[in-house]
Design a protein around this ligand. Sequence first.
Ligand code: SPD
Length: 356
Amino acid sequence: MGSVLSDVAKVVQEKTQVRLHKRNIERVISAVMTTGDFWEIVDRSDLPVPAASEIVKELISREILFVDDRDNILLTQRGYDVAKELGIYEIPDYSCQACEGRGTPFYADKELYRTFVELAKDRPKAIQDFDQGSVTPETTVSRVLFIDSRGDLRGKDVIVMGAEDDLTGLAIALTRKANRVLIIDIDQRLIDFDNAIIKELGIDNAEAMVWDLRNPYSEDLLQKFDIFITDPPETFAAFRAFIGRGIATLRDEGCAGYFGLTLRDSSIFRWKEFQETLLNEYGVVITDIVQDFNDYMNWEYHPETRAAQIAPVKRNPSGIWYRSAWYRIETLPGFKVWNEPISDDVFYLDEEGSTT
Ligand code: SPD
């Protein structure tokens, strides 16, 4: 019986090319014990959508799961028997309801939170072109407070790169605590939105400008900052572009970078490659990983995505299901300044990514 998990992992890995192990299958079965909603199952399983989808389909074909007439995914009697025999249980969620599990409550600075929510209500909507999908206002404000609590905000020169759909750069500017804030993004709408607010509020140490991260930095951006913040799409090319460029903006050792990494568009095996790149190639250390820190609001273009098309059910997500871990890295002596052009246009989609 135990071999069923390994067998499903093998079959699904062959079909999807997403690397898997038997405990990934166990996590899906555990998730189904808690929720029938496919998108919540993806969330609780910590798996790329193509893998979670194909695992559910495979378990349906083996009569371990079934789909009811309201698109709920449920265990069959055989499924319960398999779970009992293999010792698979429901996994409880004890995360703090007040701080939403981040450990850094957004309401610690109520004024910043209220101002940000008021300004963000007119934000440009997330578009598919650049894999946009904004985090909740609670996430953005918690990011700022987290960064401040690590000593990475006050008096620091901060660059926010290619992720301004989250308005993290704007939120940092609103604190007026950094020495300088530079926001760069490929999307002119976001740059115009930020610059209008920056001007209206008379924030004179912040500016936003359009930049395509595939292009190498000019000298005025290289090694000029103390802190970078970004949120990369998760193909290897995109990771290299966003994080490599971020590190290249840092002026010396002891500087820090912040970014989100998700398991919804990349596997734990790819995380290993990302982490090896950080440690072995770029010469930085990972100081913090807060799992599920970043909550993303659902994006309107979801029905157009591969994720929606390969899902085992047609029902679209209703609650938050797409989350990412919040990483903090720190430069060590001899860290690498990487500033090559990026020609690879496989930027958003590959076998693991599907939400663009
Ligand atoms: N396309 C869905 C929204 C994805 C937002 N980007 C998340 C990147 C995590 N590193």
